[in-house]
Design a protein around this ligand. Structure first.
Ligand code: FAQ
Length: 304
């Protein structure tokens, strides 16, 4: 791409790995892409616990495919981060030592099989709302990774909604499970969009660099507007007494997120933070022999 960084951004074209870029832009992209990659990898855990307990072969196959896609998303994203000059091993170290964040949402437990459906409906639904605009993010490798990721997230969202529809047509016990899971995941899903705009230190600069296309509050509102009719079609009530259609705004009004809880979760004190990191660390240590074998093989190939 020809032109200076500012010219490329002003023309709404993509910055590529070899282009000149301000240090702050590089640091922002490394932060966002690696936090996003970590989220995909840690995000395999809540639903992953249900693979061996899925109620049918069909549900097991769907869930396996979904969790495998999440591993793939993590890998594309680590590769996109590596184009900025960081090392994946180093990023993993920053995750398991607690130096880098991952999405708050994955620090909540998946207590019943209905949680698998609600994670697909609300968590993947929120992820899509947040990530579709990132397909036009200014950093080329990130924007391109997002296109494929969003296609797969759409399948994830639909499988969750279809699972919930099936459960809602089932027994009273199944309907109770769906309602209970919806109650537990609704507010944490709204937290996925990040702090309110007035308390978001990165948004202004990220909008100027066209890393982000919308503010956190804009996307949160968009998600609420999409989710409410879906909840109605499903036959569940969202756990917000203030939620109502605002004729004047042409949008739903909704209650205040518990930002104290959000801050606690991102500070490492959510219900499952310690467990998630411990499991990731153990998986990384258990995989040491695979990395060593791959390195030994690559060294042998290089000599041959
Ligand atoms: N959790 O100034 P802002 C998925 C941090 S989807 C934890 O507003 P920014 C798919 C933020 O990083 C989930 N930390 O920051 C899936 C910043 O940290 P700093 C992942 C949060 O970047 C579904 C600080 O707070 N999606 O994995 C959260 O402008 C189902 C200040 O915030 C992405 O990562 C949070 N919720 O906006 C997988 C999308 N919110 O500066 C499995 C890409 C904020 O201290 C199953 N990322 N923080 O390092 C983004 O769009 C943005 O980074 C935001 C935050 C919107 C998340």
């Amino acid at each position: 791409m020809t032109g200076s960084f500012e010219e490329i951004i002003a023309r709404d074209q993509r910055i590529e790995p070899r282009d000149e870029m301000p240090d702050g832009y590089r640091a922002t992209m490394i932060r966002q892409i690696s936090q996003h990659a970590h989220s995909e990898i840690i995000g395999m855990q809540p639903e992953g616990t249900w693979i061996t307990r899925a109620p049918s072969l069909r549900r097991k196959a769907i869930l396996l495919a979904k969790v495998q896609d999440e591993a793939g998303h993590g890998l594309y994203l680590y590769s996109a981060a590596e184009t900025l000059g960081v090392d994946r091993e180093d990023l993993t170290e920053r995750l398991i030592s607690g130096k880098q964040k991952y999405s708050s949402i994955f620090n909540y437990p998946a207590l019943t099989f209905a949680d698998v459906g609600v994670i697909g409906w609300l968590v993947d639904g929120a992820a899509i709302c947040n990530q579709v605009p990132l397909c036009r993010s200014s950093y080329g490798p990130y924007a391109r990774a997002m296109i494929r990721i969003c296609k797969e997230e759409s399948f994830h969202q639909r499988q969750g909604y279809e699972l919930l529809m099936t459960m809602m047509r089932g027994t009273d016990g199944q309907r109770r499970m769906v309602r209970d899971a919806t109650d537990r995941w609704w507010w944490p899903s709204l937290m996925m969009f990040g702090p309110p705009d007035a308390e978001s230190p990165n948004t202004a600069q990220s909008l100027a660099w066209r890393v982000k296309r919308h503010t956190n509050d804009e996307l949160r509102q968009r998600f609420v507007d999409l989710a409410v009719p879906q909840a109605e079609a499903l036959g569940v009530t969202l756990p917000d007494p203030v939620l109502r259609w605002n004729e004047e705004r042409g949008r739903y009004d909704f209650g205040e997120v518990d930002w104290t809880e959000f801050k606690q979760v991102i500070a490492g004190n959510g219900p499952c933070n310690a467990q998630r990191i411990a499991q990731r660390r153990a998986a990384h240590e258990d995989g040491a022999w695979v990395r060593e074998a791959a390195e030994a093989y690559a060294a042998k190939e290089a000599v041959a």
